[in-house]
Structure formats: C-alpha cells, structure tokens
Design a protein around this ligand. Structure first.
Ligand code: SAH
Length: 469
C-alpha cells in the first residue's frame, strides 16, 4: 500500500487551489463538502467559480498563485491542467511544505483524492492508486445504489443517542441495539425525518432494556467447499454477528475473513493444537464460550452434517442446556459433481447415491462392496486418498468392471482445483501420480463429462479445459 487512506480534519483549515477550468471545478465540487476555507487562484475562472465566490462558498483571486499564498495552508491543489503552471504551483507547495495534489499526476503528488461515497458523517473513500479508475467508478456506483440516501441522517441521529444507549450493558446488548436501529427500526422510521428517528430510538431502547440478558447460542454452520461465494446468506450473516468462531482446517482464509472483525477466532484444526485436537476438547470449548453468553459459530468445511462429528458436539450442548441450530452448507460431493459437469443421480443409471468415508475409527472403513460394485453405481468417497487401493481391491473382488470410471476432485471450487480422471483399474496408480496433498474427493462411477469417452479416460483435466471442451 503506497497510499494510506486517512480522514483529515479540515474544519477551519485553509485549502489553496490553482486553476479555473474543468479539473478545478471537479475537485472543488468535492472540497466544498468540507468545512475548510477554500481559496481559488485563476486568471480566467469558469462562470461556476464566480457564482460560488458570490455565494461565499470559495474565495476567488483573479491572479496567478504566489508562494505567499501557501502560508499556513493544510492542502494545495495544482489544477491548471498545464504542466508548466502545475510545476510552478508544485514548487511553491514544496517550498512551504504544504501537502500537494497535482491533478491526474500521481507521481508528483503527495496525496491523491479518492472517489467518495458521501452519506456524511458516513463516508466511503475508494482508491486504486491510479491503477484502475474504471473499477473505482464501478465500485462507487455499486455502493451508491446499495446504501440508502438516508444513511447519513440515521448516523447523525444515532450519534446524538449514544449517551442514552450507554444504559445498555457494554458488548452484545449494545451491539444488538445498534444493529436493530441501523438495519430495522431506523430505515423504517427514516422517511419521517429526524423526529421520527428520535422517537424510534426511544422505543427501541425501552424494548432492548426490557430484554433478558441474552443467552449464548451455537450455530453449526456449513462453510461449503472453499469458494466464499458458495456460502449461504445465513452463513454470512452469522459470521458477521459472531462473538466466537470455532473452525476447522478445511475452512479457507477467504471465508474466515468474513467474520466480524472483533470476533474471537479459534482454529481447532491446526497442527500443534492439533489435527488431533481431541473431540472432547472441542466440545468443551464450544460449551465454555456459549455458557458465557457468546454467539458462537461452529464453522465446518462443506456441510456440517456430513462426516463432521456434529452429533457429538450437539450432545455436549444438550447436556449443558445450551441452544443450537444448524445451517447447511454445500458438501464436497455436490461441489465435485458440479466441477465435472455430472449429476449425483441420473434416470436409468443410478437411483441412489452413497456418501462413504474411506476411513473410520478402526482404519479403512468397510462397506457394502457387492452393492457398490454393481454397474451404474455412484458413490462419493470422503477421506479416501489413503484408502484408495483398499477400496479398489474390494470393488474388483466383488465384480466391479475395471473400466468403471472414477474422478478425483482435489480442492474443489478453490483456485487450485484439480480433476483427475481414471478407470478403476488404475486408480491407485493415478492417485500416486497426482499425489494430491489438499482435500480430495473420490467420485466412483463418474467421469468428467468432457472426458467420458473411453479413450480419454486416463488424463488430468483442469477446470479450464472443461470449460473449453
Ligand atoms: N463436512 C465436509 C466433509 C468433511 S470430511 C463436507 O461436507 O464436504 C473431509 C473430506 O471431505 C476430505 O477428506 C475430502 O474427501 C472432502 N473434502 C472436503 N472439502 C473438500 C474440497 N474443497 N475439495 C475436495 N474434497 C473435499
């Protein structure tokens, strides 16, 4: 980050600007929103400038800017759109040590002016360090559309109520009150103006004061396979409101970043605290935080109800009398068939599908191999990398065709996603070749749609290739 965004207090400060054309007008339209005293130097000012000067919004000097004009200024703008004139302005600013912006000239500027979304006192500054003005404009347009024009009013009225809201206990009670104001009661009352908002705040405070100190709660939330865009809206909202997030190794950093900034993040999947963080310890941790009144999000990769040891955690909460609910997520099997363009079930091929684990607590897991070996069967094998050779041997022994298609999907939905396609006969060799280190799901009975012709069966396909195919 070469440019660090800060908010500068310009109340009563002086800003000097040299220029009287379009660039000057554009900058002044922004600067006039501040509480600064603005002095403009232009030998032939545009008519708007004369009008603003008559209004008293700026002080207009019909002459060249001089070194003495910079004395005591907080900011200076070189906006003549003329290299020689701008260089002259810049030299004065340097000599007087006044921070300078040369319009459309990043390298000669001490600071740059961002695109601004203005809901004063709420303002959003958007900067790209000059890299992508188009992007900055698009972001601004998107935010302008998304944010109510009444947001500024809401915030101003809210600001005046902060003292009164201190009657609520610090922490979640107060946070809930403000969230209720900004997202429910406030927007509903905003059309009625300031007085309606004040009334709404009084009612809301009375309501929140009468609530019981809220009890802790645990949401079991499926984070999906990795792509943050595959989170449910409910997952996003819960992450946004969480006091504590207890997550696994499977949950990607991009998703964890969506959690509330103040949330306590606990990784129970790290080596050290252990992939072996014993389940009882995890249970105890969840109970401990919820019992203290925290809103806990127990975040698990994929769907929480698939190979997630969910029931053990629920039992612990029930025993402690703590409330909980489940928010489903997209499981690796759903994401993996999507990645290879296939269905989990298909009329005339398979009327049922199995989700298997390669491992159970005793080692390689046993399954109904005879049923799985039948033609057309489809199964998603979780945690199956190590068990692949065992699974293959069992299936062949029970009569599975050696050419049964198998697809291995590693890192599904993540940028590093990889698909390996092989007949059952060469499954262990294909896995050894590809040596996937990240989580991978084995889809038995399915080949990538683009690679389903037999001659294509042993090859690696990337998502990109599939898109092109
Ligand atoms: N609850 C998870 C599964 C947990 S078991 C879910 O619903 O997806 C862990 C196994 O899930 C891994 O060994 C792997 O087989 C599979 N898996 C999870 N995330 C994956 C991903 N992003 N890509 C491929 N496989 C994944």
């Amino acid at each position: 980050m070469r440019h660090f965004p800060v908010y500068l207090d310009l109340k009563g400060q002086r800003i000097v600007l040299s220029g009287g054309g379009d660039a000057a007008l554009a900058k002044l339209r922004l600067l006039m929103k501040t509480e600064a005293r603005i002095e403009v130097f232009a030998q032939s000012p545009a008519p708007e400038l004369t009008a603003w000067a008559l209004d008293g919004q700026i002080a207009l000097h019909r002459r060249l800017i001089e070194r003495g004009d910079f004395f005591g200024a907080a900011l200076a703008y070189a906006a003549d759109e003329d290299d020689a004139l701008d260089a002259r302005t810049a030299a004065f600013a340097r000599a007087e040590r006044v921070a300078l912006n040369v319009v459309d000239n990043l390298d000669d500027s001490d600071f740059i002016t961002p695109a601004i979304v203005d809901r004063d006192p709420v303002t959003i500054a958007i900067g790209t360090e000059g890299a992508a003005p188009v992007l900055a404009r698009a972001l601004k347009a998107e935010l302008e559309e998304r944010l109510s024009p009444k947001l500024g009013l809401l915030a101003r009225v809210g600001q005046g109520f902060r003292k009164a809201a201190d009657a609520l206990p610090f922490g979640r009670a107060r946070r809930d009150f403000w969230a209720d104001y900004y997202f429910n009661a406030g927007p509903r009352a905003a059309d009625g103006g300031k007085d309606a908002l004040k009334g709404a705040l009084d009612d809301l405070l009375a309501d929140h004061l009468s609530r019981d100190a809220a009890a802790g709660h645990v949401a079991f939330v499926g984070a999906g396979p990795g792509d943050p865009e595959l989170l449910t809206l409910k997952a996003r909202k819960l992450l946004d409101a969480a006091d504590v997030v207890i997550h696994d190794r499977l949950v990607t950093g991009e998703i964890l970043e969506l959690a509330r900034r103040e949330a306590l993040m606990i990784d129970v999947g790290k080596t050290g605290f252990g992939p072996s963080t014993p389940q009882e310890k995890i249970n105890a941790l969840i109970v401990e935080h919820a019992a203290k009144g925290a809103q806990v999000v127990r975040l698990k990769g994929g769907d929480v109800t698939v190979f997630g040891r969910l029931d053990e955690e629920i039992d612990a909460l029930d025993a402690a009398g703590i409330s909980w609910h489940i928010v489903p997520g997209i499981t690796a099997a759903s994401a993996s068939v999507a990645a290879i363009g296939q269905s989990l079930t298909k009329r005339g091929r398979n009327g049922s599908v199995r989700f298997l684990t390669g491992h159970d607590m005793k080692g390689f897991a046993d399954h109904d191999w005879k049923a799985l070996a039948a033609p057309g069967e489809v199964a998603a094998i979780y945690m199956g990398k190590k068990a692949a050779r065992f699974v293959q041997a069992r299936l062949l022994m029970h009569g599975a065709a050696p050419e049964t298609p198998v697809a291995i999907v590693e890192n599904v939905t993540r940028p590093e996603q990889r698909v390996i396609s092989t007949p059952l006969a060469t499954l262990p060799a294909a896995l050894a070749d590809a040596a996937p280190e990240a989580p991978a799901l084995i889809l038995l009975g399915l080949a990538p749609r683009a690679a389903s012709a037999p001659e294509n069966n042993t090859r690696e396909t990337t998502t990109r290739e599939q898109e092109l195919a």
